[in-house]
Every structure is written in structure tokens, then in C-alpha cells.
Write a protein that binds this ligand. Structure first.
Ligand code: ATP
Length: 666
């Protein structure tokens, strides 16, 4: 809440005759100034009291007795009507029954004389006996405008002290102010003075220093963790789309964007393969925005006793708001919010559903600059509400890095450790490391460095290759999971890497065929991408793209589409390897069969059993006995399994149907 609004509230309460206001604040100086101004505006006398100095100004010149709570209460009557008394740190005395009684006895007199006691300090416990006649008000931390005033004063001081002036643009000033929001005015002043002292220009370190001052704010909570901002956007290899998007969001926090009514960004959900830079992106985002990064530990929040979870959630979200602007990072939300089915089914956990609801409502309503970055490695346990459009500004899918990204990531990690990239053949290493995540590529660099150092040698290409050879990428064991995730994300998420599927396909082909065609040549709007790829000789990529575009393709349909680009008919066919009596399709050329076998065994395409009627509608003269589903039993030879090609695995038989062999059928 704005300070002005709170001051208006205090004024209204004084005017309506409240004898007691409990004012809670950690900012004694600033609020004392504000209250003094308020008293002046209201034309009321203001007297302050502390146990060390007694009343100020003193009750009388010859008042030499040591101050005490009882004496204070006894002296109030001696002041004219309409006076305000700013009584600091009085709460310990209110636990004394004698003092408490004295205050209660005084109340009618205070009301009659329109006097108000402002009980002022960081603790504001209102005794039950006084609850009816008093009100408790939290005095907020300085808002943007308050801090702007403080900042102007600090800046004037710096300019007076320094011979060479500190050059700041409007945008710099805005960032400097936002970086300390959540601090008291005093803390903010000190933080600016420390960070700007002796400087003539700003750099990124100034903001990281300022943001680090907020660490103490999060330290009061068991569920929030404050992160140092070491990485920036340049430390992320690839993810170009995501980076562009983030840069635009950073602009949306500028004063110009505010003036033009641009809404505050809410956040992004990063879904993707493990170790591909989601957490890194969360950290770099905070640095880009110059906001502190606070991680919310959902699991710890939920670990608490059942009834406590929601209360904890609300408290934590309030705290986050008080730290704002901030990046709030929810890591692995699929684990944190695990168990939320969201469909009201019997095993849906009601508490969890409410928690997700509380969080989403907060996210939708918050008026402060809090940018939420949620990361997830899978979608199975994600509450569907979280994925609904409009919750997050964008859902990004972070895939395994492509060739260029791998090169870039290797270069980043070599440079980070002081090595020049020209010394190494990164093209070769990037080619070899298909399927490696960013974390695994970093691991290659680290392992190679340790080995080279252990052997007392300078890091060489051989060290990197050796490290590559000994690293088994997670994508080998997780291939199906990654594929399923990729497929899920296809129509639901924006790709963190370049959006063009053609580029991705080309990249995939480049790994094997080494044929490169300039993107300009293939970005024709009229010819479909699959046809552009096929006509450029990228046949495997063209086939996958054709099937991806059409969703579910029968063999004759594929053959017809590919006819202009290669020989499609012949004496070859496909059969299930575990039982070659099970025929998938025949009458194909050797090369088309080979392409299909390769694509199916590398799990870029999948076989799905389909209805015979679909074939009958397009093909005459099918003579083979028909098999409905694959079976291990020996079947009367040969039987045909009517199938189609898709890019998603079959839910049950994907393992068996991915082992397909080519056979001559003459
Ligand atoms: P997880 O889901 O397992 O937490 P993640 O996607 O969040 O994985 P990170 O924790 O960001 O992955 O990656 C681990 C480390 O790998 C990073 O700190 C960074 O050093 C390196 N790394 C991963 N991806 C990239 C990338 N795109 N560019 C540079 N480094 C990367």
C-alpha cells in the first residue's frame, strides 16, 4: 500500500477520535518525519516519548525526574487538547497490569480531549483489553515515489562530493530505484551510497550489489531462498527465441512502458529436458531484469502440517510482494505440486488444489512487479490449471540443444574457464555430441580439464574427445520420455530455440548427411516445408516433416507424396523383426524402405496399427490375411498388419513396433 494512503487512514482515525493507534514499522526515522508532517498539516501538536529521553519537547523545563511509563501517562493530562503523542517502544510496558489499567483509565479523558496516543515501533501487540478502543496499522515500506525522493537526495549528495559527475539515464535511475524496493529508506540510502560511491558510470555489478542487499529480507522465511546473480543472458548457449522474448519483457518494466499502459509481465513456464538450461535461464532472467532471484521451495511448504500449508503459502506470497520487484522461481513444479489431478477425481488432493488455486489467484491479481519463472521436467503431474493460457505469459519448451547450440555451449564453458575456443575443433565435438544436454556438454569440458590437469598437460582436443566418449547422455536412457515430452509440447508450447521446424529438421539431417542448404532457399511460403526439404535432397527430414504435418499417414499416401523426389515402388517391404510373418507394407523401393527402417529404429517415426477400411478406401487388391494387433504367436504366414506412420510412439506396442526390418518381396 502506498504511504500516502496509509497517512490518509491515520488522519481519518485521528479525526474520528481514536485515542490509541498502534503503528507498526521498522522505519522509525522516515515515519517519524511523515507523522510530524501530518501533525503539522492537521494543526495538532506532536510530542514524542522514549524511555531514555522522556517527552520531547519536555513537559516543563524543571522536569528532571527520570522518565517512566507511569510518569508519561500521568503527564498527558497537562497538555492542551488536540495533541498527538508519538510513544516509541511502549509494547513491553503494556504487559504490566498496572500500566495497562492506567491506560484504560485514561481513555475517556483522551477521547474527551481529542488526544491520540500513537504507539509506534517494530512490534505492535494490541492487548485484548485495548482492542475495542484502538486500531493497528502497518506502516508500509517506501514505495517507488518515496524511494525516488530518497534517491534524488542521495544523488545530490554524490554530485556535491564527486568532481567527475555520475552520468545516469532515466532508465538507469529507474533500475537503481527498483533494485532496492523492499528495503527501508535508510537501508536503500546506504545501499546506493555504497554501490555508487566514486563511480562515474554504471555497470552490471552495481545492480548485483544492490540486489544482494535484499538477501536479509528473504532470510526470515524457511521457504524462500535467495540466489546470487552470477550468470547473465550471454552465459546461455542457444535458446534464441527465449532470449529475445525475455529481452522484450525486460522492456515492459521500464517507466515508458508503464506510461503507455503496458501490463506488467507475469512470468513464464519452462518445460523441458533435464540439464538444458531452465534453471540457468531463471538466474539469467533475474540478472537481466535487475531483480533479486528468490526460489520458493514448494515441497518444504507442503511438508508442513496439512492445515498450515495454505497459511504458509499466503505468508510467503506476502513476503515476496514486500520484496518486489523480484523474480520468483518455482523449480520442478511437477514435483512440488505433485498429486494435483485438477479434475476433482477421488484421489485429487483437495489441499493441493486449493494451494495451486491460491497461487494462481495471487499471480493473476498481484499488482507488483513479480516475475514468476516456473520450471518443469515433465507434464504428467502438472496441475492442468497451471498450463492454461493466460496463467503465464508464455510456456516454453526447452529441448536438447541443436548442433549450433551445442557448439555455443561448449564455447561458453571453455571460455568461462579461460580457454580460447579457436584451439579446439568444436564443430567436430558438436557433431559427435548429438543428444547431449547443456549440463552434459559442460561436464565434458570439466572432465577433460580435470584429466588434462591430472596428466600435467594442456587441455587438448583429445581430452575433450575422451571425455565425450566416457559420457553417456541421459537422452539415451530417457529417449522415449523426451520424445513424449517433445510431442506434448509441440502444439502447446513455444520453442525456446528457433521456431522453425524446418531449421530443426535440417539440423537433424546435418548431423548425418552433412548437406547444408541456405535457409533463405527453403523458407518459401507456398511450398510446404516437407517438400522443400525433399527437393533439397533432405529426404529423411522431408519424410518426418510430411508425417508430422499430416499426423497419421498410410504407406501409399507417403509413397505418392514422395514420388517426385525418389523411386518409391519396388520389390521391398517392411516386416516386424521379432516375427517376419507380420508384414507392415510391401511394394516399396529399397531406398524408401531403408529410409523408413532408419527413421523407425531411431524413433523419429512410429508404426501404429490402423483400420483396414482406411486402406481399402485408397488401395485395391489387398490379398494378405489381416492381422489386427501384433502377436508373439506364430501366425499363418504371411499376415498383414494394417498400419500407419506417426511421429508419436504407440502407447502399448511401441517397443515391438520399433524393431522393423526390410525384406525383399519378389
Ligand atoms: P534440471 O531440470 O535438471 O534442473 P535444467 O534444465 O534446469 O535442468 P540447468 O540446471 O540450467 O538445467 O543446467 C545445469 C548446468 O548446465 C547449468 O548451470 C549450465 O552450466 C549448464 N547448461 C545447461 N544448459 C546450458 C545452456 N543452454 N547454455 C550454457 N550452459 C548450459
Amino acid at each position: 500500500m502506498k504511504s500516502e494512503v496509509v497517512l490518509d487512514d491515520i488522519r481519518a482515525r485521528i479525526e474520528s477520535g481514536y485515542p490509541l493507534l498502534f503503528l507498526k514499522t521498522a522505519e522509525e526515522d522516515r515515519w517519524e518525519r511523515e507523522l510530524a508532517e501530518l501533525a503539522l498539516e492537521m494543526e495538532r501538536g506532536l510530542v514524542s516519548w522514549t524511555i531514555t529521553r522522556g517527552l520531547q519537547p519536555p513537559f516543563s523545563d524543571d522536569d528532571i525526574e527520570p522518565p517512566s511509563a507511569t510518569r508519561l501517562l500521568g503527564q498527558l493530562d497537562g497538555y492542551p487538547e488536540d495533541h498527538l503523542f508519538l510513544v516509541k517502544d511502549f509494547h513491553p510496558y503494556l504487559t504490566d497490569p498496572l500500566i495497562l489499567r492506567q491506560v484504560r483509565d485514561l481513555l475517556p479523558e483522551l477521547i474527551a480531549q481529542r488526544k491520540t496516543l500513537l504507539i509506534f515501533g517494530p512490534v505492535a501487540n494490541v492487548p485484548l483489553e485495548l482492542a475495542k478502543d484502538s486500531v493497528k496499522i502497518e506502516l508500509p515500506l517506501p514505495d517507488y515515489e518515496d524511494l525516488r525522493e530518497e534517491f534524488d537526495q542521495v544523488l545530490t549528495g554524490i554530485h556535491q562530493r564527486q568532481t567527475s559527475p555520475l552520468e545516469l539515464t532515466d532508465n538507469d535511475e529507474d533500475r537503481l530505484i527498483k533494485a532496492v524496493m523492499g528495503l527501508t529508506a535508510n537501508e536503500a540510502r546506504k545501499a546506493w551510497q555504497r554501490a555508487l560511491h566514486g563511480r562515474t558510470a554504471l555497470n552490471d555489478d552495481v545492480f548485483t550489489t544492490l540486489i544482494a542487499e535484499k538477501r536479509t529480507l528473504a532470510s526470515g522465511s524457511d521457504f524462500l531462498e535467495f540466489y546470487d546473480l552470477e550468470e547473465n543472458v550471454d552465459d546461455i548457449g542457444g535458446l534464441d527465441q527465449l532470449k529475445d522474448w525475455m529481452a522484450k519483457r525486460a522492456d515492459a518494466y521500464s517507466p515508458r512502458a508503464r506510461e503507455q499502459g503496458v501490463p506488467l509481465p507475469k512470468g513464464m513456464l519452462l518445460l523441458g529436458v533435464q540439464g538444458c538450461g531452465k534453471s540457468l535461464t531463471a538466474r539469467a532472467t533475474a540478472r537481466l531484469l535487475s531483480f533479486p532471484l528468490i526460489r520458493l521451495d514448494i515441497a518444504a511448504l507442503l511438508g508442513a502440517q496439512r492445515g498450515e500449508s495454505e497459511k504458509n503459502m499466503r505468508n510467503v506470497l506476502n513476503l515476496v510482494e514486500s520484496i518486489a520487484p523480484a523474480v520468483l522461481w518455482l523449480d520442478e513444479i511437477e514435483k512440488g505440486f505433485a498429486g494435483v489431478e485438477g479434475d476433482g477425481s477421488s484421489n485429487a488432493d483437495a489441499t493441493m488444489l486449493r494451494l495451486v488455486g491460491t497461487f494462481l489467484t495471487w499471480m493473476a491479481e498481484i499488482q507488483k512487479p513479480v516475475f514468476v519463472v516456473a520450471t518443469a521436467n515433465s507434464v504428467e503431474h502438472l496441475p492442468p490449471e497451471m498450463l492454461r493460457r493466460g496463467r503465464f505469459d508464455e510456456l516454453f519448451f526447452v529441448d536438447l540443444p541443436n548442433f549450433d547450440e551445442r557448439k555455443n555451449i561448449l564455447a561458453i564453458h571453455l571460455k568461462k574457464r579461460g580457454w580460447k575456443t579457436e584451439q579446439f575443433d568444436l564443430d567436430d565435438l558438436a557433431h559427435r555430441s548429438e543428444g547431449f544436454s547443456g549440463a552434459e556438454l559442460e561436464q565434458i569440458v570439466v572432465t577433460a580439464l580435470i584429466d588434462a590437469f591430472g596428466n600435467q598437460q594442456v587441455l587438448s582436443q583429445q581430452d575433450l574427445e575422451r571425455a565425450w566418449r566416457t559420457t553417456v547422455p541421459l537422452s539415451v536412457t530417457m529417449e522415449d520420455k523426451i520424445f513424449a515430452l517433445r510431442n506434448w509440447a509441440q502444439d502447446r508450447c513455444r520453442r525456446a530455440t528457433s521456431d522453425s521446424r524446418v531449421t530443426a529438421m535440417l539440423d537433424a539431417e546435418n548431423r548425418t548427411d552433412d548437406v547444408r542448404i541456405p535457409l533463405d532457399d527453403i523458407d518459401s511460403p507456398t511450398v510446404p516445408p516437407w517438400a522443400q526439404l525433399a527437393s533439397a535432397g533432405q529426404l529423411k527430414a522431408g519424410i518426418v516433416e510430411f508425417i508430422r504435418t499430416h499426423g497419421d499417414v498410410l504407406f501409399p499416401q507417403l509413397a505418392e507424396a514422395l514420388e517426385p523426389y525418389l523411386e518409391v515402388s519396388g520389390e521391398h517391404g517392411l516386416a516386424v523383426r521379432s516375427n517376419s510373418n507380420v508384414v507392415i507394407w510391401s511394394g516399396l523401393s529399397q531406398s524408401l524402405c531403408e529410409f523408413l527402417c532408419e527413421l523407425i529404429s531411431s524413433k523419429r517415426l512410429y508404426i501404429h496399427p490402423t483400420e483396414i477400411d482406411r486402406y481399402k478406401a485408397i488401395q485395391k487388391g489387398i490379398r494378405l490375411p489381416i492381422l489386427k494387433e501384433p502377436t508373439d504367436e506364430r501366425v499363418p504366414r504371411p499376415s498383414w498388419l494394417p498400419s500407419s506412420l506417426r511421429t508419436a510412439p504407440h502407447p502399448i506396442h511401441s517397443a515391438r513396433l520399433s524393431r522393423i526390418g526390410r525384406m525383399k518381396w519378389g
